[in-house]
Design a protein around this ligand. Structure first.
Ligand code: HEM
Ligand SMILES: *[C@@H]1O[C@H](CO)[C@@H](O)[C@H](O)[C@H]1NC(C)=O
Ligand SMILES: *[C@@H]1O[C@H](CO)[C@@H](O)[C@H](O)[C@H]1NC(C)=O
Ligand SMILES: *[C@@H]1O[C@H](CO)[C@@H](O)[C@H](O)[C@H]1NC(C)=O
Length: 321
């Protein structure tokens, strides 16, 4: 019979997992009486932003993902550097890459006018992501609200926790598991790459290194992104419909036309293959899985007892350090 002391490490592990997976107390009617216009205000600015710049849908969706993967969905990704900390914006995956901060500022300013001190920046990101998906032809869902904003951010944490496009499926799965998301969630959420662009720098290792790439697709990309050249040249993540939220991302994987190494890892003779095939055949199944996974991702909570507030400006804590 195993002694208690032998079991201690596993008992501790279980306790740790439980405390990490406690979900924030979110609800769909959080602002129902405190700021009934909140959802409309966010929606209207998102629509205006998409009219100005169709890529903004992709950029807003990605902001919510990057927020949630680093210490939970707490608006930390929006904080500028200050004298007390180096924020996430200049972390490797984010620097010269994340965009949409001005749109969030416009939304926040309108919300502060309508209902001061009520709506968190983290919630703005969740609502904007949902609306961006819907307005590019994707699904919609009831967005859970009531997140609070962090007082601090960490560049190191962003460098550690954001998944890398160089990673294989094992590592990507572990990155998602670390925030309580499943293998299926990984496959479904990666479908976000039906929208937007990546820089040459992000897909160069794939077009000069991978063998599981469609030859003419690779050839075309190598012309646009030479071994030595402009790192910032953009390419569509879904080469067919970069502004349409659909399931062509998965069809591209079937023909080895995923742009990032991490994309093609989802269809590379492993246990993700059948799921990719299902999503490529059945768009409404993909939409349902994506919506469910977005709600799960949006519920990743900050560490227990992390101090929080409703920020008045999304770029800085209310009390300047
Ligand atoms: C599975 C792990 C993931 C990796 C390794 C990854 C990596 C990347 C990379 C390298 C880029 C291009 C950045 C650049 O070159 O500037 C990108 C763009 C993007 N990612 Fe991901 N990503 C992942 C998952 C996700 C998820 C879960 C979402 C949202 C739910 C998402 C949404 C996006 C969007 C929409 C863009 C385009 C943004 C734009 O055009 O502004 N990604 N991602
Ligand atoms: C849309 O573009 C106009 C004109 O440049 C600008 O004034 C406005 O702030 C933009 N709106 C959003 C939401 O980005
Ligand atoms: C995935 O990548 C990790 C880290 O580079 C490596 O240790 C592991 O062996 C790789 N797994 C597979 C199946 O290639
Ligand atoms: C590199 O490409 C980006 C995106 O197309 C462009 O904005 C930038 O001006 C280019 N830089 C140089 C040095 O050509």
């Amino acid at each position: 019979m195993p002694s208690l002391s032998n079991n201690l490490p596993s008992v501790c592990a279980i306790v740790l997992i439980l405390s990490l997976s406690v979900e924030a107390q979110l609800s769909i009617d959080h602002y129902y009486s405190s700021c009934p216009q909140a959802l409309h205000i966010v929606h209207d600015v998102v629509v205006e932003a998409l009219r100005n710049d169709s890529r903004m849908a992709a950029s807003l969706l990605r902001l919510h993902f990057h927020d949630c993967f680093v210490n939970g969905c707490d608006g930390s990704v929006l904080l500028d550097d200050n004298t007390k900390f180096a924020g996430e914006k200049r972390a490797y995956p984010n620097d010269n890459s994340l965009r949409g901060f001005n749109v969030i500022d416009i939304i926040k300013a309108r919300l502060e006018k309508a209902c001061p001190n009520i709506v968190s920046c983290a919630d703005i990101l969740a609502i904007a992501a949902r609306d961006a998906v819907f307005h590019t032809g994707g699904p919609t869902w009831e967005v859970e609200l009531g997140r609070r904003d962090a007082l601090t951010a960490s560049r190191d944490a962003a460098n550690i926790h954001m998944p890398s496009s160089l990673s294989n499926i094992t590592v990507l799965t572990a990155n998602f598991a670390a925030v309580g998301l499943s293998f299926e969630d990984l496959i479904a959420l990666s479908g976000a790459h039906t929208l937007g662009y990546a820089r040459c720098k992000s897909f160069r290792p794939r077009i000069y290194g991978d063998v599981n790439i469609n030859p003419s697709f690779g050839e075309t990309l190598r012309k646009k992104c030479p071994r030595v050249g402009n790192d910032s040249v953009l390419e569509k993540l879904d080469f067919r419909t970069q502004s349409r939220f659909d399931n062509l991302y998965y069809k591209n994987l079937l023909t080895k036309q995923g742009l990032l190494h991490s994309d093609q890892e989802l269809y590379n003779s492993n246990k993700a293959d059948p799921i990719v095939r299902k999503y490529s055949r059945d768009v409404s199944l993909f939409f349902r899985s994506f919506s469910r996974a977005m709600i799960k991702m949006g519920a990743i909570s900050p560490p227990n007892a992390a101090p929080s507030e409703i920020r008045r400006h999304c770029r800085s804590p209310n009390i300047q350090p």
